[in-house]
Design a protein around this ligand. Structure first.
Ligand code: GDP
Ligand code: FE
Ligand code: FE
Ligand code: FE
Length: 194
């Protein structure tokens, strides 16, 4: 068992089963590694290790939800319609938190916000937001060029890790001529100097 669940009426095993049934094995393994990395970053930064491990484990709960299901929820839940201009890369966090609340019965706003922000970051981030954002980026299964530097920077200073990830993600998206979600850009402008 990776965490003790005190945030939902479901048992830890029920959460693990629901998570497993909502994604393929390799995504599940990523979530386990993010959970372990989040626990480590929590310890380094004096945050509740159990809460970090749980949030890391469920951060990508909605990663493989079909696009049509996201669109339906955005409309039915009357979320910002601008979301419809984006895709699953943005939705699985911003809208994914809704699925976590609905299916995993988690109502803790700190956990739900960390899931909402885990892809785009934000201008203001709690310690849990930063831990999950960085654990996702540096978990030991990541293989991108520069990952070792990212791990080192993040373990030395969590805020510098956030700045590092935002700068490198923007470079990566621009090289692909991908659209930048405005919140990602706003976050970069705030965090780039930290
Ligand atoms: P994962 O879910 O574990 O694969 O990781 P993330 O949730 O951090 O990222 C999902 C994808 O979203 C990655 O490919 C990022 O490069 C991409 N992404 C992050 N920010 C933005 C953005 O502003 N715009 C777009 N289009 N994609 C982004
Ligand atoms: Fe994700
Ligand atoms: Fe991320
Ligand atoms: Fe992830």
């Amino acid at each position: 068992l990776f965490f003790e669940n005190t945030y939902s009426p479901l048992s830890s095993n029920e959460i693990i089963t629901k998570e497993k049934n909502n994604m393929d094995q390799s995504r599940f393994n990523h979530c386990v590694r993010v959970s372990e990395t989040a626990r480590k970053l929590a310890k380094l930064n004096h945050y509740d290790e159990n809460k970090a491990a749980l949030t890391g484990f469920i951060h990508d709960y909605a990663k493989q939800v079909p696009a049509d299901e996201f669109r339906k929820v955005i409309k039915e839940q009357k979320m910002d319609h601008d979301l419809l201009n984006w895709g699953p890369a943005i939705w699985h966090g911003m809208v994914g938190a809704y699925f976590v609340q609905r299916d995993l019965k988690i109502i803790d706003t700190e956990i739900l916000n960390a899931i909402k922000r885990h892809t785009t970051a934000d201008v203001e981030m709690t310690l849990l937001d930063k831990i999950v954002f960085m654990a996702d980026y540096i978990e030991p299964g990541r293989t991108f060029a520069g990952v070792e530097e990212a791990q080192e920077v993040t373990c030395n200073n969590l805020d510098s890790g956030v700045a590092y990830q935002l700068a490198h993600t923007l470079e990566f998206l621009i090289k692909k001529r991908d659209k930048i979600y405005p919140r990602t850009l706003d976050a970069y402008n705030v965090w780039s100097t930290k």
